[in-house]
Design a protein around this ligand. Structure first.
Ligand code: SF4
Ligand code: SF4
Length: 375
Protein backbone atom coordinates (compact mmCIF):
# COMPACT_ATOMS: atom_id res chain seq x y z
CA UNK A 1 0.00 0.00 0.00
CA UNK A 2 1.49 3.35 -0.93
CA UNK A 3 -0.96 6.02 0.27
CA UNK A 4 -1.82 6.24 3.96
CA UNK A 5 -5.22 4.71 4.65
CA UNK A 6 -7.59 6.14 7.28
CA UNK A 7 -7.85 4.18 10.52
CA UNK A 8 -11.10 2.22 10.56
CA UNK A 9 -13.38 1.19 13.39
CA UNK A 10 -14.79 -2.32 13.58
CA UNK A 11 -17.43 -3.16 16.16
CA UNK A 12 -16.50 -6.23 18.22
CA UNK A 13 -19.68 -7.95 17.00
CA UNK A 14 -18.18 -7.85 13.49
CA UNK A 15 -15.21 -10.03 14.44
CA UNK A 16 -17.21 -13.06 13.35
CA UNK A 17 -17.94 -11.42 10.01
CA UNK A 18 -14.21 -10.81 9.59
CA UNK A 19 -13.52 -14.52 10.13
CA UNK A 20 -16.33 -15.50 7.74
CA UNK A 21 -15.12 -13.14 5.02
CA UNK A 22 -11.60 -14.48 5.42
CA UNK A 23 -12.95 -18.04 5.05
CA UNK A 24 -15.03 -17.09 2.01
CA UNK A 25 -11.88 -15.68 0.39
CA UNK A 26 -10.31 -19.15 0.57
CA UNK A 27 -8.16 -18.80 3.69
CA UNK A 28 -7.97 -21.17 6.65
CA UNK A 29 -8.26 -18.92 9.72
CA UNK A 30 -5.94 -19.81 12.59
CA UNK A 31 -5.87 -18.03 15.92
CA UNK A 32 -5.48 -18.32 19.68
CA UNK A 33 -7.73 -20.76 21.54
CA UNK A 34 -7.73 -22.16 25.08
CA UNK A 35 -6.81 -25.84 25.29
CA UNK A 36 -6.01 -27.79 28.45
CA UNK A 37 -5.31 -24.71 30.51
CA UNK A 38 -3.03 -23.09 27.98
CA UNK A 39 -3.14 -20.83 24.95
CA UNK A 40 -2.38 -22.42 21.60
CA UNK A 41 -2.93 -21.55 17.94
CA UNK A 42 -5.49 -23.67 16.11
CA UNK A 43 -8.06 -23.46 13.33
CA UNK A 44 -10.85 -20.99 14.02
CA UNK A 45 -14.41 -21.46 12.88
CA UNK A 46 -15.76 -18.42 14.63
CA UNK A 47 -14.80 -15.61 16.99
CA UNK A 48 -16.56 -17.54 19.78
CA UNK A 49 -13.54 -19.85 19.90
CA UNK A 50 -11.14 -17.01 20.79
CA UNK A 51 -10.07 -16.83 24.48
CA UNK A 52 -12.65 -14.16 25.27
CA UNK A 53 -12.51 -13.05 28.90
CA UNK A 54 -9.18 -14.78 29.60
CA UNK A 55 -5.80 -13.37 30.47
CA UNK A 56 -2.41 -14.86 31.21
CA UNK A 57 0.05 -14.53 34.08
CA UNK A 58 3.64 -15.16 33.08
CA UNK A 59 6.96 -15.25 34.86
CA UNK A 60 10.03 -17.45 34.78
CA UNK A 61 8.81 -21.07 34.56
CA UNK A 62 5.24 -19.87 35.16
CA UNK A 63 2.22 -19.68 32.86
CA UNK A 64 -1.30 -19.47 34.18
CA UNK A 65 -4.61 -18.54 32.57
CA UNK A 66 -7.13 -16.66 34.64
CA UNK A 67 -10.43 -14.91 34.10
CA UNK A 68 -10.55 -11.22 33.26
CA UNK A 69 -13.12 -8.85 34.61
CA UNK A 70 -14.16 -7.93 31.06
CA UNK A 71 -14.89 -9.69 27.78
CA UNK A 72 -11.79 -8.76 25.82
CA UNK A 73 -11.08 -11.09 22.92
CA UNK A 74 -7.33 -10.46 22.99
CA UNK A 75 -6.66 -9.66 26.66
CA UNK A 76 -3.56 -11.88 26.99
CA UNK A 77 -0.08 -12.02 25.49
CA UNK A 78 1.37 -15.19 23.96
CA UNK A 79 1.25 -18.89 24.79
CA UNK A 80 3.90 -21.50 24.06
CA UNK A 81 2.93 -21.77 20.40
CA UNK A 82 4.22 -19.45 17.74
CA UNK A 83 3.22 -19.07 14.10
CA UNK A 84 6.41 -20.81 13.00
CA UNK A 85 4.65 -24.19 13.26
CA UNK A 86 2.49 -23.22 10.25
CA UNK A 87 5.28 -21.71 8.14
CA UNK A 88 8.26 -23.90 9.04
CA UNK A 89 6.50 -27.19 9.70
CA UNK A 90 7.74 -29.22 12.73
CA UNK A 91 7.87 -32.34 10.56
CA UNK A 92 7.64 -32.61 6.80
CA UNK A 93 8.35 -35.32 4.24
CA UNK A 94 10.90 -34.16 1.67
CA UNK A 95 10.71 -37.07 -0.75
CA UNK A 96 9.74 -40.72 -1.19
CA UNK A 97 11.97 -43.28 -2.84
CA UNK A 98 10.45 -46.43 -4.38
CA UNK A 99 12.42 -49.41 -5.67
CA UNK A 100 11.92 -49.98 -9.39
CA UNK A 101 13.88 -53.04 -10.52
CA UNK A 102 17.55 -52.36 -9.75
CA UNK A 103 17.11 -48.67 -9.22
CA UNK A 104 14.99 -46.24 -7.14
CA UNK A 105 12.48 -43.70 -8.31
CA UNK A 106 12.62 -40.52 -6.23
CA UNK A 107 9.30 -38.68 -5.89
CA UNK A 108 9.75 -35.22 -4.37
CA UNK A 109 7.01 -33.82 -2.17
CA UNK A 110 5.23 -31.00 -3.90
CA UNK A 111 4.85 -27.94 -1.65
CA UNK A 112 1.47 -27.37 -3.27
CA UNK A 113 0.11 -30.61 -1.77
CA UNK A 114 0.96 -29.43 1.75
CA UNK A 115 0.28 -25.71 1.60
CA UNK A 116 -2.75 -24.15 3.24
CA UNK A 117 -3.79 -20.55 2.65
CA UNK A 118 -3.47 -19.63 6.29
CA UNK A 119 -4.98 -16.46 7.71
CA UNK A 120 -3.30 -15.74 11.04
CA UNK A 121 -5.70 -13.90 13.36
CA UNK A 122 -4.28 -12.17 16.43
CA UNK A 123 -0.59 -12.02 15.52
CA UNK A 124 1.29 -10.04 18.17
CA UNK A 125 3.75 -7.42 16.89
CA UNK A 126 6.73 -9.33 18.33
CA UNK A 127 5.56 -12.42 16.45
CA UNK A 128 5.14 -10.41 13.25
CA UNK A 129 8.78 -9.39 13.66
CA UNK A 130 9.64 -13.08 14.20
CA UNK A 131 7.96 -13.93 10.89
CA UNK A 132 10.03 -11.20 9.20
CA UNK A 133 13.17 -12.69 10.80
CA UNK A 134 12.26 -16.15 9.48
CA UNK A 135 11.60 -14.63 6.05
CA UNK A 136 15.27 -13.62 6.03
CA UNK A 137 16.25 -17.20 6.87
CA UNK A 138 13.92 -19.15 4.56
CA UNK A 139 12.96 -16.76 1.80
CA UNK A 140 16.13 -14.91 1.10
CA UNK A 141 16.91 -15.02 -2.64
CA UNK A 142 19.87 -17.36 -2.90
CA UNK A 143 18.73 -19.51 0.05
CA UNK A 144 15.04 -20.20 -0.32
CA UNK A 145 12.99 -22.97 1.21
CA UNK A 146 10.33 -23.66 -1.46
CA UNK A 147 7.74 -24.86 1.05
CA UNK A 148 8.15 -21.85 3.35
CA UNK A 149 8.05 -19.49 0.37
CA UNK A 150 4.85 -21.03 -0.99
CA UNK A 151 3.07 -20.95 2.37
CA UNK A 152 4.12 -17.33 3.03
CA UNK A 153 2.96 -16.23 -0.42
CA UNK A 154 -0.59 -17.35 0.42
CA UNK A 155 -0.52 -16.01 3.96
CA UNK A 156 -2.91 -13.36 5.36
CA UNK A 157 -1.85 -11.63 8.58
CA UNK A 158 -4.21 -9.83 10.97
CA UNK A 159 -2.13 -8.33 13.78
CA UNK A 160 -3.62 -7.41 17.13
CA UNK A 161 -1.48 -4.76 18.83
CA UNK A 162 -0.81 -5.38 22.52
CA UNK A 163 -2.76 -3.36 25.05
CA UNK A 164 -1.15 -5.09 28.04
CA UNK A 165 2.28 -6.65 28.51
CA UNK A 166 3.17 -9.96 30.12
CA UNK A 167 5.60 -10.63 32.93
CA UNK A 168 8.28 -11.94 30.56
CA UNK A 169 7.75 -9.52 27.64
CA UNK A 170 10.57 -7.22 26.50
CA UNK A 171 9.56 -6.29 22.94
CA UNK A 172 10.25 -2.61 23.67
CA UNK A 173 13.94 -3.43 24.23
CA UNK A 174 14.05 -5.33 20.94
CA UNK A 175 12.08 -2.64 19.01
CA UNK A 176 9.51 -5.25 17.94
CA UNK A 177 6.37 -4.06 19.75
CA UNK A 178 3.92 -3.47 21.28
CA UNK A 179 2.65 -1.89 18.03
CA UNK A 180 3.14 -3.19 14.47
CA UNK A 181 3.90 -0.62 11.78
CA UNK A 182 4.23 -2.65 8.58
CA UNK A 183 4.24 -6.16 7.14
CA UNK A 184 0.60 -6.98 7.93
CA UNK A 185 -2.66 -7.09 6.00
CA UNK A 186 -4.65 -5.68 8.91
CA UNK A 187 -3.49 -4.35 12.29
CA UNK A 188 -6.15 -4.03 14.96
CA UNK A 189 -6.20 -2.57 18.46
CA UNK A 190 -8.92 -3.76 20.81
CA UNK A 191 -10.68 -1.08 22.86
CA UNK A 192 -13.14 -1.65 25.70
CA UNK A 193 -14.45 1.67 26.86
CA UNK A 194 -17.58 1.54 29.03
CA UNK A 195 -20.18 -0.29 26.94
CA UNK A 196 -18.22 0.41 23.78
CA UNK A 197 -16.19 -2.56 22.54
CA UNK A 198 -14.47 -2.07 19.19
CA UNK A 199 -11.24 -2.43 17.22
CA UNK A 200 -9.37 0.33 15.45
CA UNK A 201 -8.10 -1.18 12.21
CA UNK A 202 -5.16 -0.14 10.03
CA UNK A 203 -5.12 -1.57 6.53
CA UNK A 204 -1.66 -2.64 5.36
CA UNK A 205 -2.26 -4.34 2.01
CA UNK A 206 -4.61 -4.72 -0.95
CA UNK A 207 -5.86 -8.04 0.52
CA UNK A 208 -6.55 -6.29 3.82
CA UNK A 209 -8.47 -3.53 2.03
CA UNK A 210 -10.52 -6.09 0.09
CA UNK A 211 -11.44 -7.96 3.27
CA UNK A 212 -12.49 -4.74 5.05
CA UNK A 213 -14.57 -3.65 2.04
CA UNK A 214 -16.84 -6.66 2.70
CA UNK A 215 -17.41 -5.91 6.39
CA UNK A 216 -19.60 -3.12 7.80
CA UNK A 217 -17.29 -0.60 9.49
CA UNK A 218 -16.80 3.11 10.20
CA UNK A 219 -13.89 5.51 9.99
CA UNK A 220 -12.40 5.83 13.48
CA UNK A 221 -12.59 9.33 14.95
CA UNK A 222 -9.67 11.07 16.67
CA UNK A 223 -10.86 10.18 20.18
CA UNK A 224 -11.12 6.50 19.31
CA UNK A 225 -7.65 6.51 17.71
CA UNK A 226 -6.16 8.28 20.75
CA UNK A 227 -7.85 5.83 23.14
CA UNK A 228 -6.35 2.90 21.24
CA UNK A 229 -2.93 4.59 21.12
CA UNK A 230 -2.96 5.15 24.88
CA UNK A 231 -3.67 1.46 25.52
CA UNK A 232 -0.68 0.46 23.38
CA UNK A 233 1.49 3.07 25.15
CA UNK A 234 0.40 1.60 28.48
CA UNK A 235 1.53 -1.84 27.33
CA UNK A 236 4.92 -0.37 26.40
CA UNK A 237 5.31 0.88 29.99
CA UNK A 238 4.31 -2.51 31.47
CA UNK A 239 7.14 -4.69 30.10
CA UNK A 240 7.97 -7.40 32.63
CA UNK A 241 11.56 -7.69 31.42
CA UNK A 242 14.10 -5.50 29.63
CA UNK A 243 17.37 -6.00 27.83
CA UNK A 244 20.05 -3.42 27.13
CA UNK A 245 21.06 -4.07 23.51
CA UNK A 246 23.77 -1.39 23.26
CA UNK A 247 26.96 -2.99 21.89
CA UNK A 248 25.40 -6.39 22.62
CA UNK A 249 27.19 -8.15 19.77
CA UNK A 250 30.62 -6.81 20.72
CA UNK A 251 30.08 -7.62 24.40
CA UNK A 252 29.12 -11.22 23.65
CA UNK A 253 32.01 -11.73 21.23
CA UNK A 254 34.45 -10.39 23.83
CA UNK A 255 33.05 -12.68 26.55
CA UNK A 256 33.05 -16.17 25.11
CA UNK A 257 35.08 -17.30 28.13
CA UNK A 258 33.09 -15.35 30.73
CA UNK A 259 32.67 -17.50 33.86
CA UNK A 260 28.90 -16.94 33.83
CA UNK A 261 28.63 -19.54 31.03
CA UNK A 262 29.76 -22.16 33.59
CA UNK A 263 27.10 -20.99 36.00
CA UNK A 264 24.27 -21.24 33.48
CA UNK A 265 25.59 -24.62 32.32
CA UNK A 266 25.17 -25.92 35.88
CA UNK A 267 21.49 -25.03 35.75
CA UNK A 268 20.58 -25.77 32.11
CA UNK A 269 18.97 -29.18 31.46
CA UNK A 270 19.61 -28.88 27.69
CA UNK A 271 15.94 -29.82 27.29
CA UNK A 272 15.54 -27.51 24.25
CA UNK A 273 12.23 -26.07 25.49
CA UNK A 274 13.56 -22.58 24.81
CA UNK A 275 14.27 -23.46 21.18
CA UNK A 276 10.94 -25.19 20.57
CA UNK A 277 8.92 -22.20 21.83
CA UNK A 278 11.14 -19.56 20.22
CA UNK A 279 9.40 -18.05 17.17
CA UNK A 280 12.68 -17.50 15.29
CA UNK A 281 14.78 -20.65 15.98
CA UNK A 282 15.11 -22.56 12.74
CA UNK A 283 17.42 -25.55 13.19
CA UNK A 284 16.30 -28.82 11.66
CA UNK A 285 17.63 -32.29 10.94
CA UNK A 286 16.81 -34.87 8.27
CA UNK A 287 15.92 -38.49 8.93
CA UNK A 288 15.64 -41.39 6.50
CA UNK A 289 13.03 -44.06 7.12
CA UNK A 290 12.88 -47.39 5.27
CA UNK A 291 10.34 -50.19 5.41
CA UNK A 292 11.29 -53.81 6.17
CA UNK A 293 11.13 -54.84 2.52
CA UNK A 294 13.72 -52.25 1.55
CA UNK A 295 11.50 -51.16 -1.34
CA UNK A 296 10.16 -47.93 0.12
CA UNK A 297 12.12 -45.14 1.79
CA UNK A 298 11.25 -41.62 2.89
CA UNK A 299 13.29 -38.61 3.90
CA UNK A 300 11.76 -36.33 6.54
CA UNK A 301 12.83 -32.98 7.91
CA UNK A 302 11.99 -32.19 11.52
CA UNK A 303 12.76 -29.44 14.01
CA UNK A 304 15.99 -29.90 15.90
CA UNK A 305 17.95 -27.78 18.32
CA UNK A 306 21.50 -26.75 19.07
CA UNK A 307 20.80 -28.12 22.58
CA UNK A 308 20.47 -31.75 21.46
CA UNK A 309 23.51 -33.98 21.72
CA UNK A 310 23.27 -35.27 18.14
CA UNK A 311 23.02 -31.83 16.58
CA UNK A 312 26.76 -31.23 16.68
CA UNK A 313 27.74 -34.82 15.94
CA UNK A 314 29.87 -35.11 12.82
CA UNK A 315 32.30 -37.68 11.51
CA UNK A 316 35.00 -37.92 14.14
CA UNK A 317 33.01 -36.74 17.13
CA UNK A 318 30.85 -34.04 18.66
CA UNK A 319 32.19 -30.50 18.35
CA UNK A 320 29.87 -29.08 21.05
CA UNK A 321 29.58 -31.75 23.74
CA UNK A 322 29.18 -29.56 26.85
CA UNK A 323 25.97 -27.85 28.02
CA UNK A 324 28.07 -24.71 28.52
CA UNK A 325 28.99 -24.75 24.83
CA UNK A 326 25.42 -25.39 23.77
CA UNK A 327 23.81 -22.65 25.86
CA UNK A 328 26.55 -20.20 24.81
CA UNK A 329 25.97 -21.13 21.15
CA UNK A 330 22.22 -20.56 21.46
CA UNK A 331 22.37 -17.22 23.24
CA UNK A 332 25.33 -15.86 21.27
CA UNK A 333 23.64 -16.84 18.01
CA UNK A 334 20.35 -15.19 19.04
CA UNK A 335 21.86 -11.93 20.17
CA UNK A 336 25.11 -11.56 18.20
CA UNK A 337 26.01 -13.83 15.27
CA UNK A 338 22.43 -13.59 13.98
CA UNK A 339 23.09 -9.89 13.40
CA UNK A 340 26.13 -10.77 11.25
CA UNK A 341 24.17 -13.43 9.36
CA UNK A 342 20.86 -11.68 8.78
CA UNK A 343 21.34 -8.04 9.75
CA UNK A 344 18.88 -8.32 12.66
CA UNK A 345 18.69 -9.79 16.14
CA UNK A 346 17.35 -13.34 16.39
CA UNK A 347 15.41 -12.32 19.50
CA UNK A 348 12.13 -10.40 19.32
CA UNK A 349 11.54 -10.16 23.07
CA UNK A 350 8.47 -12.40 23.21
CA UNK A 351 9.64 -13.87 26.53
CA UNK A 352 8.59 -17.45 25.72
CA UNK A 353 12.02 -18.94 26.48
CA UNK A 354 11.83 -17.41 29.98
CA UNK A 355 8.28 -18.58 30.67
CA UNK A 356 8.81 -22.13 29.43
CA UNK A 357 12.31 -22.84 30.78
CA UNK A 358 11.68 -25.38 33.55
CA UNK A 359 14.63 -24.14 35.62
CA UNK A 360 13.95 -20.40 35.29
CA UNK A 361 16.88 -19.49 33.07
CA UNK A 362 16.18 -15.98 31.82
CA UNK A 363 17.95 -14.68 28.72
CA UNK A 364 17.60 -11.08 29.95
CA UNK A 365 19.24 -11.97 33.28
CA UNK A 366 22.02 -13.96 31.62
CA UNK A 367 22.76 -11.03 29.32
CA UNK A 368 22.72 -8.64 32.27
CA UNK A 369 25.20 -10.86 34.13
CA UNK A 370 27.55 -11.00 31.16
CA UNK A 371 27.30 -7.25 30.61
CA UNK A 372 27.98 -6.46 34.26
CA UNK A 373 31.06 -8.69 34.39
CA UNK A 374 32.14 -7.97 30.84
CA UNK A 375 35.79 -7.86 30.05
S1 SF4 B 1 17.83 -22.77 28.93
FE1 SF4 B 1 16.09 -23.76 29.99
S2 SF4 B 1 14.67 -24.30 28.35
FE2 SF4 B 1 16.63 -23.89 27.39
S3 SF4 B 1 17.64 -25.88 27.24
FE3 SF4 B 1 18.34 -24.96 29.17
S4 SF4 B 1 16.89 -25.73 30.72
FE4 SF4 B 1 15.93 -26.13 28.72
S1 SF4 C 1 15.08 -15.88 22.44
FE1 SF4 C 1 13.37 -16.03 23.89
S2 SF4 C 1 12.52 -13.94 24.06
FE2 SF4 C 1 13.85 -14.00 22.25
S3 SF4 C 1 12.44 -14.46 20.54
FE3 SF4 C 1 13.26 -16.45 21.24
S4 SF4 C 1 11.77 -17.17 22.77
FE4 SF4 C 1 11.34 -14.98 22.42
Amino acid sequence: MTSRQPTLKLKSQQLNTLINVIKQRGYTPVGPVVREGSLIYDRLNSADELPRGWTDEQDAATFRLKRRSDNAYFGYNVGQHSWKQFLFLPKVKLFTSIKKGKTFEVIPNSPHEIVQNYAFIGVRPCDLQAIKVQDLVFNNGQFTDPLYKTIRKKNFIAVVNCTQAGGTCFCVSMSSGPRAYRGFDLAMTEVLSGDDHFFTVEVGSKSGAEVMSEIPHDIADQTQIETADKLVERAARQMGRSMDVKDIKEILYANLENKSWDDVANRCLTCANCVMVCPTCFCSTVEDITDVTGEHAERWRRWDSCFTMDFAKVFGGNFRPSSKGRYRQWMTHKLATWIDQFGTSGCVGCGRCITWCPVRIDITEEMRTIRSGAR
